[in-house]
Design a binder for this molecule. Structure first.
Ligand SMILES: [Zn+2]
Length: 350
């Protein structure tokens, strides 16, 4: 059965300007919004998508993750037409507003899921967040949208256990570090270890208070859609059974798509639909926790819109039947390695 799906969409996310040639350009989100409009015109999304208005986060919510000095530094950028927060992270005078609103949109998404307005929520926001650290912007990210929303969900709703899945091709070092020593967030990331930020080794499994609660899976560039779906099924099924998350959050970057100019991988939109389909069914043993998605990377307009559309349609109509998949020997070996590294911690329950 399909889900009630909420989205955050706001023109103010386009006010964050990065320069004509920067890959994290407003036209990424404009293309997604045009796709939504096309579907609204042909009435496919009418009555199926619930628009959740975005509001800026409060200072207190931001300070649960980011230091006051860092937040102050970001606010000061309003005085300058252009600021370079990091070599790859240029921002404009209004960027701080977009970033602040992106974090707030994610918090509103958590509220809309917890109040039952929707069962799944997709924050179609920018700038992205998963590389942002408590005191540092990095990799096109200013504030860590998912970390801020996860912390809010833990504090406000006393959830105790949140599973964060990061399928962006880059390792979400910000989320990883922030929750590395916390069993309240189980972070599972698949990423290309040869790409920025070059972190996320499989042997990093969590701090001493949270051993086993970080599951890093460096993937290889030849991974097919079938490989990816197999890997997610074999890892998420025992992980969800063992951890019993009360909320599932996805750092949804689409730069592992074969057309992406940065990702250099081989997936198609069908892989993202397939993983979404898995999430809709694998969550049953945990009592169907709500599903939260926040946009991270994805730098080819067509690939990005096709992938977001595939996820939304799966959530609205799905889960559609899972086709037969044929995993490669390489992915079988990879899954075996992950499971043997994590065997001592007992988080995986078949
Ligand atoms: Zn990325």
């Amino acid at each position: 059965m399909g889900l009630k799906v909420g989205i955050a969409r706001d023109e103010r996310f386009l006010e964050h300007k990065t320069g004509h040639f920067h890959p994290e350009h407003p036209n990424r989100l404009e293309a997604i919004y045009r796709m939504l409009d096309r579907h609204f015109m042909d009435r496919y999304f009418t009555d199926r998508l619930i628009s959740i208005p975005s509001e800026p986060a409060t200072l207190e919510q931001m300070e649960r993750i980011h230091s006051p000095a860092y937040i102050k530094r970001i606010l000061k950028t309003a005085d300058h037409r252009i600021t370079s927060l990091a070599p790859d992270t240029p921002i404009s005078a209004d960027s701080y507003k977009s970033a602040w609103l992106a974090a707030g949109a994610c918090i509103k998404g958590v509220d809309s899921l917890m109040s039952g307005i929707c069962d799944a929520f997709f924050a179609l926001v920018r700038p992205p967040g998963h590389h942002a650290e408590p005191t540092r912007a990095s990799g096109f990210c200013l504030f860590n949208n998912i970390a801020i929303a996860a912390k809010y969900a833990l504090d406000r709703y006393d959830l105790g256990r949140i599973l964060v899945i990061d399928w962006d091709i880059h390792h979400g070092n910000g989320i990883h570090d922030i929750f590395y020593d916390s069993p309240e967030v189980l972070y599972f990331s698949t990423h290309d270890p040869l790409l920025f930020p070059y972190t996320g080794s499989m042997e990093e499994t969590g701090g001493e208070n949270a051993l086993g609660y970080t599951v890093n899976v460096p993937i290889f560039r030849e991974m097919t859609d079938d490989d990816m779906i197999y890997l997610y099924r074999e890892i998420l099924q025992p992980l969800i059974n063992g951890y019993q998350p009360r909320l599932i959050m996805v750092a949804a970057g689409f730069d592992a798509h074969s057309d992406d100019p940065i990702g250099r991988s081989r997936l198609t939109a069908a892989a993202y639909a397939g993983i979404t389909r898995l999430l809709m069914t694998l969550r049953h043993p945990a009592g169907d926790p709500p599903l939260f998605f926040a946009l991270e990377g994805g730098y080819h307009q067509r690939a990005l819109t096709d992938s977001v559309q595939a996820v939304l349609i799966e959530l609205i109509d799905g889960p559609t039947p899972m086709p037969e998949i044929t995993p490669s020997d390489a992915v079988l070996n990879l899954v075996d390695r992950v499971r043997s590294i994590h065997a001592p911690y007992g988080i995986f329950h078949d």
